[in-house]
Write a protein that binds this ligand. Sequence first.
Ligand code: 3PY
Length: 257
Amino acid sequence: FTTAIRDTLGSPSTAYGFWLTLPGAGVVKTILRSTVGSPDGGFSWVLVDAEHGLISDKDYYELNNAIGSEGASPIIRVPWAEEWMIKRALDSGAHGIMTPMCHSAEDAAKVVKWCKYPPTGSRGYGPMFAAHSLPRGTNYDEGADKALMVVVQIESRSGVENVEEIAKVDGLDVLFIGPFDLAKQTGVVRGGEEHEAMIQRTLKAAKAAGKKAAIFCVDGADAQKRARQGFDMVSIITDVGVLAQAMAQQLDIAKGK
Ligand code: 3PY
């Protein structure tokens, strides 16, 4: 089987997604439906943020089904790169996993191993609900290892220093830059020259190894810039970012400001 995100990444188009930090199917379905009718199909993925968002593993099943039913792929960012956390996210129907803070090829190889069934990896077996976010009739057991996306975040000094080795790890699909943590962890200015050099190095390493490159963006203009630079997957903004901005703007209009 395949997924919306894998299909989009296999085509020349950029995969546009957004950051979900709020639980509840209503929020995510409302956002996904806002792009219905968009000529290029709107969003192909949603990052379900269980690291920093208000989302916990009890929310996964509902969110995965809601996102899958709108023709997009749920990618769960687990709180940390831990085998049991990855297993619970995949068993709830995530189309992909993202782990924070990948510092080395060894870190990346562990994540791949935890995402795949034996003999390739060590994922425990129990996908009673995993196919519910996929079309009826999906042969989950047969296709899971190939179809589900393995994504690691590059957002530390050692992550960037080892990025060429990380990119070569078999079974890894995407190197995802977290620009905020990258700046904090390395002590450089976000948006400054050094920061940008680390971003470009990661992009280049991903491409050289035949992997996909992704980045978190703060708004549509930022996302457009990154897509033009060759990033395969861009997150355009967060759910709460849009809510806060739009509410403040409408209040200003109402008050004639
Ligand atoms: C970062 O920018 O550090 C991220 O992980 C995305 O929010």
